[in-house]
Design a protein around this ligand. Structure first.
Ligand code: ATP
Length: 259
């Protein structure tokens, strides 16, 4: 874990524990710090407790043990999103401004322009007036990113942000996450099943080795073959290659066809 004394923390988890059923701990003994201007990735197999940890982190659930302190407003980008009402895509994005609007206030021209500009940034401005529920999973995910951005929060928390996106849009969103931290000074925290995404954009990585053992440190030192093989129970390989004169590192599971 990075040195608590030198990094300004946006979110700090101190010995956090949570169980949905008494005694059946999903997360226990979790201590982690998420620094300002940094991107952190949370990795672990299905059912290990990543989403549970995010819900604790954003304050949607209270820890049964330990405590969490956060400094700044949080915008959350959930994994799946359905609406009960038939909002258009742009209305969904404008909702991100809710905290900036007064009670019962209508969004201003500025709010609407901001929403459309964000949609444009993600290449979905042409979908502005489409019903949100008629959009594809990936298009919805992009709408929800735009909504998180217009909120102008200090901390952005994303649950598997690239899960529904094609390869080009994965890069768009990963680049955007990096930019938020580097140029806008935000704290970005995301869960992922793609260790190479974490290696590309994260400063820090939290590996959920078991429900009671979480290990955090610099992404480049955490995302190494033995750690990931231990995490997923399947062999992983780190590959380094040159592209356009630059050294690129990526991670992939080792998969061999039987036939
Ligand atoms: N509301 C709930 N009530 C009871 N158990 C729950 C609830 N939500 C999650 N769980 C359980 O907690 C465990 C962790 O779930 P969680 O969604 O946090 O895992 P995850 O690491 O995000 O998984 P995935 O990678 O599959 O999305 C799972 O066993 C799940 O069944």
């Amino acid at each position: 874990m990075h040195d608590v004394s030198t990094v300004e923390n946006a979110v700090y988890l101190n010995n956090v524990g949570y169980a949905y059923q008494p005694g059946d701990w999903i997360v226990r003994g979790c201590t982690a710090c998420f620094g300002r201007r940094r991107v952190a990735a949370i990795l672990g197999p299905n059912g290990r407790g990543k989403t549970t940890l995010l819900k604790l982190l954003i304050g949607a659930m209270k820890p049964l043990e330990g405590d969490i302190s956060s400094h700044g407003e949080i915008a959350f980008v959930p994994q799946l999103f359905d609406t009960a009402f038939n909002y258009t895509a742009v209305e969904m994005v404008v909702m991100g401004r809710a905290k900036r609007l007064g009670l019962f206030s209508q969004p201003s021209r500025h709010d609407l322009d901001l929403a459309l500009a964000m949609m444009d940034r993600f290449g979905i401005a042409s979908l502005a007036n489409h019903p949100f529920d008629s959009l594809s999973g990936g298009q919805r995910q992009l709408v929800i990113f735009a909504r998180a951005l217009v909120a102008e929060a200090d901390i952005v928390v994303l649950d598997e942000p690239t899960s529904a996106l094609d390869l080009q849009n994965q890069i768009v969103v990963l680049r955007w996450m990096r930019q938020l931290a580097e140029t806008e000074g935000l704290t970005v925290i995301f869960t992922t099943h793609h260790p190479h995404h974490a290696l590309w954009v994260a400063d820090d990585a939290l590996l959920m080795m078991s429900h009671t053992n979480q290990e955090m440190g610099a992404a480049t030192t955490m995302l190494i073959e033995p750690n990931l093989t231990r995490l997923y129970g399947t062999a992983m390989k780190r590959i380094v290659f040159e592209h356009d004169g630059r050294k690129i590192e990526t991670l992939t599971p080792v998969f061999k066809r039987e036939s």
